[in-house]
Design a binder for this molecule. Structure first.
Ligand SMILES: [Zn+2]
Length: 80
């Protein structure tokens, strides 16, 4: 399936939870292969998710976490 930037940002959360179908997963992977913007978005999201899961490393301060989520929300809104 062809995945747009907008769809990809919608699917990222499900992807991190392993909820995507193999077709969706393949569409995401193909999109990420050429789209720098979504790769950056995914990287930031993964870093945030890792931090939220409490994986050892530098803890994120609450305000940093809030700022990241605000950024995701803005990107999501402008992508629509
Ligand atoms: Zn994209």
């Amino acid at each position: 399936m062809v995945v747009t930037c907008c769809q990809l940002t919608e699917m990222i959360t499900d992807r991190s939870e392993g909820k995507l179908s193999s077709e969706q997963e393949e569409g995401c992977a193909r999109h990420l292969a050429w789209c720098d913007r979504c790769r950056t978005y995914l990287r930031q999201m993964e870093l945030t998710i890792d931090a939220l899961r409490g994986i050892p490393g530098e803890p994120l301060h609450d305000e940093v976490r809030a700022a990241l989520f605000a950024q995701f929300q803005r990107r999501k809104t402008t992508a629509e």
